[in-house]
Design a protein around this ligand. Structure first.
Ligand code: UD1
Length: 329
């Protein structure tokens, strides 16, 4: 029995792999390395470089390694990119998920954990946003993931496969033991960009939009530590293995921070007053996204262990520093 982690060389997938290995699970990583890093995959893991949409490859991997579960992370995730390249997002996130699901069904995979997103909510009329609200994504990224949620639900009705779809809010931070983090030099995540600015790797930071209907005019997000998120996946896996029902769950803390508040925390923790420019809005951004976060606790018994923005920022900065040292060698 082994678990296949698509996108396991990426930011969140690599943290999931570490948590699985800490539990002595047998892991196979499938990643095309388009945004992930081979160096993020621990040596004790079987690594297959390839495309999750390549059904011949995926079906061979499932058969050869006795894959019984898939944690499906591989995706494109940048909201403004999805606005400028909708077809690329529908291909990567929707069409290839369809292919992966067909391979899973053909190969007799029992359980799927799917990386969904708070972007399926669009501009929710209530905050914090509960899972059962009507879904109305406002960008192609959110729609590409919502279509995958629908496919998964239909597949689970038609075949002996169960699933948990996890709707991530804003994932941030790095492995507390320093083994992984957000490694892409071109990442667009706010905390990553602010950390790079604090370390002098960027000439400051742009705040995208200061005229939103939020307390300080900048967008509000719910930042969840990547290790807490990875552990939510483990809890989901245990739930499915125990015969639990299909679930769709928010992954957030239920606590919102504005862009300005995040920037202030990064300045405080780093001790660096880097330049900040007040810039126009970025395409596709909703004003506020905060999770109603009780269903996951009730259903999976999951509890956050790292819900402290200063700690999240401290670990993001430490990882950035580590990358800088590594790249200098
Ligand atoms: C992130 C995820 C997305 C997920 C969403 C759920 C990434 C790349 N995107 O999107 O997959 O669906 O959370 O809530 O992980 N900002 C700035 N300046 C910057 C960078 C960002 O002002 O240099 C602002 C953005 O405009 C936004 C906020 O900070 O208001 C967060 O942006 P970002 O970290 O890119 O994440 P989301 O777009 O919220």
């Amino acid at each position: 029995m082994a678990i296949l982690v698509s996108g396991g060389a990426g930011y969140i997938g690599s943290h999931m792999v570490l948590e699985l290995l800490d539990r002595n699970e047998t892991v196979v990583v499938l990643d095309d390395l388009s945004t992930g890093f081979w160096s993020a995959v621990p040596p004790e893991v079987t690594f297959v470089k390839g495309d999750m949409g390549d059904q011949e490859l995926v079906e061979r991997v499932i058969a050869e390694h006795g894959i019984s579960e898939i944690a499906h992370f591989a995706a494109r995730i940048v909201v403004p990119d999805s606005v400028s390249d909708p077809l690329g997002y529908y291909l990567n996130n929707t069409v290839k998920t369809r292919a992966l699901l067909e391979s899973a069904v053909r190969g007799g995979v029992r359980h799927v954990i799917f990386s969904s997103t708070a972007a399926v909510y669009g501009e929710p009329a209530v905050s914090p946003v509960p899972e059962e609200i009507a879904l109305d994504p406002i960008n192609p990224y959110g729609r590409s993931k919502l279509m995958s949620e629908w496919m998964l639900a239909d597949v689970a009705r038609a075949h002996p496969l169960s699933y948990v779809a996890l709707r991530y809010f804003n994932v941030a931070g790095a492995d507390p033991k320093g083994r992984s983090g957000q490694s892409s030099p071109n990442a667009t995540h706010l905390i990553k960009v602010a950390s790079q600015a604090a370390l002098g790797q960027r000439d400051g930071l742009d705040i995208f939009g200061t005229d939103y209907a939020t307390p300080d005019g900048t967008c509000v997000r719910d930042y969840i530590h990547v290790t807490d998120l990875a552990r939510a996946h483990l809890a989901a896996l245990d739930h499915l293995r125990a015969g639990g029902a299909n679930l769709t769950l928010n992954c957030g803390y239920g606590q919102g921070y504005s862009v300005k508040q995040v920037v202030d925390v990064v300045k405080k923790v780093s001790g660096v007053d880097f330049p900040v420019r007040l810039s126009p809005r970025r395409a596709g951004d909703p004003a506020s996204l905060i999770a109603k976060a009780d269903r996951i606790r009730a259903e999976l018994g999951w509890k956050p262990e790292h819900d402290d923005l200063e700690q999240i920022v401290g670990q993001a900065l430490a990882w950035e520093e580590k990358l800088r040292t590594r790249n200098a060698v």
